[in-house]
Design a protein around this ligand. Structure first.
Ligand code: GRF
Length: 208
């Protein structure tokens, strides 16, 4: 399975995906890395692994349609089967969502549907979780639709909030479980073990 990874930042989830592929835990390859941010660490990581690395941003184009055409043609050129958003800070254009519907995943650093939506990214999420008095948090892999952090939930893992947790400490502990579940969710897609029924996603056991 060819995965196109979209990332805006350092790319630690992208690295986790590459590690899983390298250790033969994920039967897939990353066919292209696309970033809206020319300074993204994820672009350097892709280059170091000789993976096609593209800086593609709406800002490079005066016409939105041309930007989306470029995105779609890059995805087609690299024979993309699945898109994995890994810290991509832009909303995917609806035309891309439509063309790849049910084949786009995102990872979010909280237990959706709580603590998601516009403005809920990075430390904002962990601060909101701590301020809410919640006793658990976690990470969510979900299918991407036209809404921020919308789309059916594919996989979640929960951790307890500990006394003395700060937003920074929580971010670190949640990131560790993001790195665990994102490759697992991608593996289920790569192995054809995902059944999507309306808003519900079922993952079949290997060999089932
Ligand atoms: C992660 O916390 C992820 O949940 C969110 O953006 C962050 C990306 O981190 N969507 P990284 O670039 O993968 O290290």
């Amino acid at each position: 399975m060819n995965i196109a990874v979209f990332a805006s930042g350092r790319g630690s989830n992208f690295q986790a995906i590459l590690n899983a592929i390298q250790h033969q835990l994920l039967p897939a390859r990353v066919c292209v890395l696309i970033s809206n941010n020319s300074a993204a660490g994820a672009l350097d990581l892709a280059r170091a692994h000789r993976i096609p690395a593209m800086h593609l941003s709406q800002r490079q184009f005066s016409d939105e349609k041309v930007f989306i055409d470029e995105l779609l043609s890059a995805l087609q050129k690299h024979d993309t089967g699945l898109i994995a958003l890994a810290g991509y800070m832009k909303k995917l254009p609806p035309r891309v969502v439509q063309q790849f519907r049910n084949h786009i995943l995102n990872i979010h650093p909280a237990l959706l549907p709580a603590f998601g939506g516009p403005g809920m990214y990075g430390m904002h999420v962990h601060r909101a979780v701590l301020n809410s008095g919640a006793t658990t948090t976690g990470a969510t892999v979900h299918l991407v639709d036209e809404e921020y952090d919308g789309g059916p939930i594919v996989m979640q893992k929960t951790i307890s909030i500990e006394r003395g947790d700060t937003p920074e400490r929580l971010a670190e502990r949640v990131l560790a479980i993001e790195h665990e579940i994102y490759p697992l969710a991608l593996k289920a897609f790569a192995e054809g073990r995902v059944k999507i029924e309306g808003l519900k996603v079922k993952i079949l056991e290997p060999g089932a």
